[in-house]
Design a protein around this ligand. Structure first.
Ligand SMILES: [Zn+2]
Length: 862
């Protein structure tokens, strides 16, 4: 017998147990049903779920359950992106090995996910720190080396001279070491790279196939790949042998070159510094600049002349060669031609060092510009360019390229901004790179018999060096009877997250990376869901990996993710007070009492513990820095999972930001209580035999029409557009209608029963526990998720009567209930005959009558 009140704390664990016992979400290949692979980006096991996770995974679960109700065979797996730096930091802080810390976090978060009722196939759970998983990544990497797609080269890292260790980008804070504040320098060490640049063109072109991806994400990827058409050209050196190669996408500005700038690592810079102490010191200083491109945009532009001159390839005049800190060896040729009049960075540098700024492009229209204030960077018409004067930038591109080619000094070249993917990390908590250094210093892939190269997990972290570095037990091995050294670097954790979606299809293949039959059945992922912060690197690397898997014969599709949904951020109120130093101290919203005015607006805020007055800074992204995170666990404990899920889906469309509000959550809970209450009242009445539609009275017929209008709207909103919030709003409206129906009549009970059974099913993707409990209470065996989606009875939508609005000169004067099939003429007659309308027409002449069938009659009179 059904409880009188809604008690999620009792229902939810019982329903979850029922799912688990019956393995309801175990996915098995079934060729008779259409497959649907729904995947949410797996979490890093940081300790507890945050609200962003809850939103991400609720959307994924709602989509999965909805698709299952559409008859599809759904795969929805879950796992853990378990390697990474935070585990090392926690290990140092709490004196616990990263493996243990990670395992405990996984156990806790798994329970949280279960308590939210997510329908995952846990039999496919993956943790990337498990050797069963990363062994195949290691195996795959050795294949890439064999194919020439992975290679080793010297490359720069961030280095702390005090700790004698490599730092991750996150560990460099304002140019200093996070641990000891020593200024960080660049250090060149040998590292492994994967040739993603070989796939640049395909990664770019295949974006056109991804119709189910947000345009914004595709644009970000295009920009990251950065295909450009330009000219590679040569400036010969004056008075000596040698040349400087540069690449430019603006050869039309070539006649305005006033200097050439090279990177500190460029051979010419190194040579110039030999007997030049000041320059030597400057090159050292340049090493301190970060290795990321983002650093270059913000760094103060500094440089020094090398003393060398270069010959302009067309005019034959000499220009000085400078070293500049904003040019990097890692990008292009390590040298650039500088055109201060038409490039802002070159302009800033020329201003700082008094180098000439020569205009060679004039705006094509009346556009204003002032070269004493900034560079003019648009295209236009060439001036001060000798034989090229008067050409448009586009024509000059071709003409200048042709001239350079004719002289053997340059050629047109397509270039990508994308660099090869450096996968070596000098950290501990990652998958060991499966290579071996022989006594000759050669790096070779580990033989298959050495795999997996298992990361030792029983370690003590000293907070400085990776425990597998300078560790003979790990590093000293034998290869073909000779002493050799194991690589002690680990993979970038983007490696693990680049193929987990494929391994979920075949998680128990112990003798191979993927079972192609299983993988090709489920792939590609039909719906992928995750944050926009992964729009570039993770998604690009996963797309790249998929193509590598394809080219090794492991999958047969070109792209891993058919449809992509990037959920919006979760925002919350943020409160602070000013401390004695004038700094902001942020107070968590859970510790704040809010005063509201009679319109519900925030009128003041006080800290609950001591009544301290607080300032309100508005809604912002839940974050540690503003201390405005809302712990989902508190909301789950207080209201139950269904309420949190419903609120999450109701408060905003998935792609938009969600403003967390406690009163909103309470509203969602109240709605579920009302669904429960009405179900209880109906079931108390006993008999709810269906009454044939023709035998319903008018009120019941109207209510039944509302039921089917709602089914139509909800099916469309969810099925076609994933607009869950408007679907939920429509269901709420339907409940209002049903609550007004008279349950003492058989017709009323029939319609309310029909309506509630529709509501229970339509809500079940969002609120699976209460829906299952009510489904059973209504006498159904089995699972609501396997019940068919409510079917639309379009005959119920037909209206016998319609309400027509009558206006006189645009003002509402009457409402008429008329037969739905009334003719235009008859409707006009009825409108004119209405008493209220007649009164308005006294002493007036009718000029025009406009009839909009089914809606309104407007009479124009004066
Ligand atoms: Zn340090």
């Amino acid at each position: 017998m059904m409880q009188e009140t809604y008690q999620p704390q009792h229902i939810e664990p019982a329903i979850q147990q029922q799912w688990e016992q019956n393995q309801v979400f175990k996915a098995v290949v079934d060729h008779n049903r259409e497959k649907f692979y729904c995947l949410s980006m797996f979490p890093y096991p940081s300790g507890r779920l945050h609200m962003g996770h809850v939103r991400n995974y609720t959307i994924g679960d709602v989509v999965s359950r909805y698709q299952r109700m559409q008859g599809k065979n759904v795969l929805q797996p879950m796992g853990w992106d378990a390697f990474g730096l935070p585990a090392e930091n926690a290990a140092i802080k709490h004196q616990v090995a990263p493996a243990k810390w990670t395992k405990e976090n996984i156990a806790y978060m798994k329970n949280q996910l279960k308590s939210l009722g997510f329908g995952y196939d846990w039999s496919r759970e993956i943790a990337t720190c498990d050797p069963e998983y990363y062994r195949w990544e290691q195996w795959f990497f050795t294949k890439l080396i064999d194919k020439g797609l992975a290679y080793k080269k010297v490359s720069a890292v961030n280095w702390c001279p005090h700790d004698q260790t490599v730092l991750a980008n996150e560990q460099v804070i304002d140019g200093g070491c996070w641990r000891c504040d020593t200024p960080v320098v660049r250090k060149e060490i040998p590292q492994w790279f994967i040739r993603i640049t070989d796939y640049a063109e395909e990664l770019l072109n295949d974006l056109d196939q991804l119709d189910g991806w947000p345009d914004q994400v595709k644009a970000m990827q295009r920009n990251w790949i950065g295909k450009s058409r330009g000219v590679q050209l040569r400036f010969d050196l004056a008075d000596r042998d040698g040349a400087v190669e540069v690449y430019t996408t603006r050869p039309d500005t070539l006649m305005g070159v006033s200097y050439v700038a090279v990177a500190a690592g460029h051979p010419l810079a190194q040579e110039a510094a030999h007997n030049h102490a000041e320059l030597q010191a400057f090159l050292e200083e340049c090493k301190k600049t970060g290795t990321a491109e983002a650093d270059l945009a913000t760094v103060e532009k500094k440089g020094m002349a090398t003393g060398f001159s270069a010959i302009h390839p067309i005019t034959g005049k000499t220009v000085p060669v400078w070293v500049a800190n904003f040019v990097l060896m890692e990008y292009g040729t390590g040298a650039v031609m500088a055109v201060p009049a038409h490039d802002q960075r070159d302009w800033e540098f020329a201003q700082a060092y008094g180098l000439p700024i020569q205009q060679v492009i004039a705006p094509s229209d009346e556009q204003a510009f002032d070269l004493t204030q900034a560079a003019f960077t648009e295209k236009g018409t060439l001036v001060n360019s000798e034989q090229f004067d008067g050409l448009s930038s586009d024509d000059a591109f071709e003409a200048i390229a042709a001239e350079l080619q004719a002289q053997g000094k340059g050629e047109i070249k397509t270039q990508y901004r994308l660099r090869d993917w450096g996968v070596s990390r000098q950290r501990y908590w990652g998958a060991p790179i499966p290579t071996i250094r022989t006594q000759d210093g050669e790096s070779v892939p580990a033989p298959e018999s050495h795999l997996p190269v298992v990361l030792p997990t029983d370690v003590v972290m000293d907070g400085i060096n990776s425990p597998i570095k300078n560790n003979p037990e790990f590093e000293h091995i034998e290869l073909n009877g000779e002493p050799a050294f194991r690589e002690s670097d680990t993979f970038d954790t983007f490696m693990e997250s680049s193929w987990y979606y494929a391994r979920y299809c075949t998680p128990h293949s112990h003798d191979r990376m993927l079972d192609p039959a299983e993988a090709n059945h489920w792939l590609p992922v039909d719906q992928y869901i995750g944050g926009i912060e992964h729009a570039i690197l993770h998604l690009l690397y996963a797309r790249f990996f998929h193509k590598l898997l394809r080219d090794l014969g492991l999958v047969n599709s070109d792209e891993p993710f058919k449809n992509l949904l990037c959920q919006g951020m979760v925002l919350a109120d943020a409160f602070y007070y000013l401390n004695d130093n004038g700094g902001k101290e942020w107070v968590n919203p859970s510790e704040v009492d809010i005063l509201r005015d009679d319109k519900g607006r925030l009128a003041g805020a006080k800290r609950r513990s001591d009544g301290k007055e607080l300032s309100y800074s508005g809604m912002s992204k839940m974050s540690k820095s503003k201390n405005n995170g809302v712990d989902p666990q508190e909301a789950i404990d207080l209201y139950g999972a269904d309420t949190v899920r419903l609120y999450t889906m109701f408060a905003a469309p998935p792609e938009q930001t969600l403003e967390w509000s406690d009163s909103g959550v309470q509203g969602s809970q109240k709605f579920l209580q009302r669904v429960w209450r009405l179900s209880y009242e109906l079931l108390q009445q006993g008999d709810r035999t269906r009454v044939a539609p023709d035998d319903l009275d008018k009120a019941s017929k109207d209510a039944r029409r509302k039921v089917h209008e709602t089914i139509q709207k909800v099916s469309d909103d969810i099925g076609r557009r994933y607009h869950f919030n408007t679907a939920i709003a429509a269901i709420m409206e339907l409940l209002n209608t049903l609550q007004k129906v008279d349950l003492s009549s058989a017709a009323g009970r029939s319609v309310v029963a029909e309506g509630l059974e529709a509501i229970i099913r339509m809500l079940s993707p969002m609120t699976p526990h209460i829906s299952q409990a009510l489904w059973q209470a209504f006498g159904h065996d089995g699972l609501v998720i396997d019940a068919p989606w409510p079917e639309l009875d379009s005959s119920a939508l037909v209206r016998d009567t319609l309400q027509i609005v009558v206006q006189v000169n645009g003002k509402l004067r009457a409402k008429l209930d008329v037969a739905a099939n009334i003719g235009k003429d008859e409707l006009e007659k009825m409108a004119l005959a209405d008493e209220g309308v007649q009164k308005q027409l006294v002493d007036k002449t009718i000029r025009k009558v406009i009839v909009v069938p089914g809606k309104l009659v407007n009479i124009v009179a004066n």
